[in-house]
Design a protein around this ligand. Sequence first.
Ligand SMILES: [Fe+2]
Length: 277
Amino acid sequence: MTVVAEADAMSVKPLTPLIGSEVKLPRSALIEGTFAPQIRSLLRERGVLVFPKVDLSDDEMIAFANTIGPIFVEVGEGVMMMSLDKNDTQVSAYLRASQFWHIDNVSRGIPNFASMLSARALPDEGGETEFANMYAAWEGLPADQKASLEGLRVNHSFESFQRRAIPDPTSADLESWLRLPTGSVPLVWHHNTGRTSLVLGSSAYEIIGRDPAEGRLLLCRLTEFATQPQYVYRHTWSLGDLVVWDNTGTMHRARPFAEGATRRLGRLATVGEEELV
Ligand SMILES: [Fe+2]
């Protein structure tokens, strides 16, 4: 989709056929929300939007996020620093798990609508972010398999997500993980828009009413299916890039990078607009 070709307009270029578009527009228009309705619909349509090297400050990022929707308050107010360095954030220990596929805040039952990251410091190698289009994955499933998945509910927990990164937790780790909400959500999300997506991620640990091993195998097979190359966009960061994704229709994960290397990304999300029931 290309939007208008006038000077000062917004130009949009697909990054892969099924997911991701690069969006260029004047910096001031981005921050002031001149194209906010178009950006919201593009987010739903393309899953991920890349605004190359716009280099937003915290205040500018907050201003932009507010044009998309009300900001979700997470660990304190304002932009959260995603970093594995404990000097950057008090939650650095949790952030290792972000290297595993997930949907932000899915176990709360109202996943954030738009999540966004802005690159502030990058490692020389690695540390990319990958996104998988869960609408396209659903559409790619054979009809008989789609029918067999309808109505299934899946239990999600922060513990299941964190165990990928820390398989041998201390009791203090476990206690802190257990404080976060656990919930069951549908495997197949019929959105208010009429579209349908799969709901997966490392927080998913069992399918209700299924033999546990059989349920885990199905979740694993579906994850493999949904993360095939045609459904995935991998973003290799440049400093100042702003990447925004529709967290209700995509999963994402960070890729590894060297231990001790610096990687800082500012993060904000907007509140969820649709309950996953
Ligand atoms: Fe995330």
